[in-house]
Design a binder for this molecule. Sequence first.
Ligand code: AMP
Ligand code: MG
Length: 412
Amino acid sequence: MGDRVDVEQHRADVAELLAGLSDRAEEEMSVQRGVLGRVLARDVVAPGPLPRFRNSQMDGFAVRAADVAVAGPGAPVTLPVAGDVAAAPGEPAPLEPGTAVRIMTGAPVPDGADAVIPVEDTDHVTFNESSGDLAATVEIARGRAAGEFVREPGSDVAAGDVVLRAGTVLAPHHVAAAAACGISRLAVLVPVSVAVVSTGSELVPPDGEPGPGQIWDANGPALVAAVQVAGGRVDLRLTVPDDPEVVRATLERAAALCDLVLTTGGVSQGAYEVVKDALPEVTFRSVAMQPGGPQGFGRIGGTPVLAFPGNPVSAQVSFVVFLRDVLRRAGGLPPVEQVPAVLDGAVGSPAGKRQLLRGRWVRHDGAAARVAVVGGPGSHLVASMAAADVLIDVPSAATTLEPGAEVTTWPL
Ligand code: AMP
Ligand code: MG
């Protein structure tokens, strides 16, 4: 208890504590439900080719290219229309040489046909799919080479090809490819299971009615959201009063249920520092940063626990600086890149402490991105933080930064 470290040291210690979380199990999920944003656990291999069968790329007429080779402007070739094939179940009859078959986009191209003449190149330019009436003949104004407007089986993907790579963060276009291949279930990484425990006898839930001296619990909901955005899953969410025995019992239960326990409050230098009192096996230290100085880290019965400070800005900044990327990496997500920017105004900062100010983009276009401080440094200023886009990282050595100074920002 009581050591004082810099931000990088605590980041490294937290990363080491949580290294074991990277061993993710996998689970199967339906492509129709809940896979968005999940991380693919293994390569997805196409069980068959795509397209599945030779089909038309156009609404038009399936022909033998040789039959219409001489068609040109002012010299159309006229063919009898032998039938109609839609994108519908069934196999079309083979095409007789010297005839054409009306065909719709995606419909199977009959055996014997090797090209599709787009409807625009015929006298059926106004063909009305709903009428169902077929003219007896079609005039073709332009020939096409064999293969034109015919989609060959496997031209998108061949059987056995990798369609999606392990590690892909699933988005709608990945779902489309899997579904098109007839893959209904995907193996995804099981998210890190997190318990979020707010401590404080003054706290009431967001839907509660605060009495005198009470406040709404902001950290619980904030950390639930933060964990979710970082790819984790909150399996336990509790608020406990400042009673060390209750806190101890709650955290033991949380540690038995989840991969990681997060607490807020009860870690600073005052009286009633309940998390400190309840967890003698955990290291509590002061990190040279503002906000978010008091931090705890360790294990309860083998399960890692991080104890964040109670002030809402401190709790959120702690998450961003110490946990966000570790959690993302553990779940297979890329870290959030820091962004260089230029300060829009002057900034004063305490010596010897790295400051993470809330910042708002004034201009956000690459190298010349400009950022301005929003709100004050107070770690209770939740509404100011809500107006911020980033945290502005002011190095610990700096006491003042002039307008135009280059800074690093952490996107929120
Ligand atoms: P503590 O570290 O428990 O002394 O908390 C520091 C400050 O943050 C106190 O003013 C608390 O009331 C406030 N606080 C603690 N936990 C929360 C919370 N979950 N939501 C909002 N404010 C909190
Ligand atoms: Mg408290």
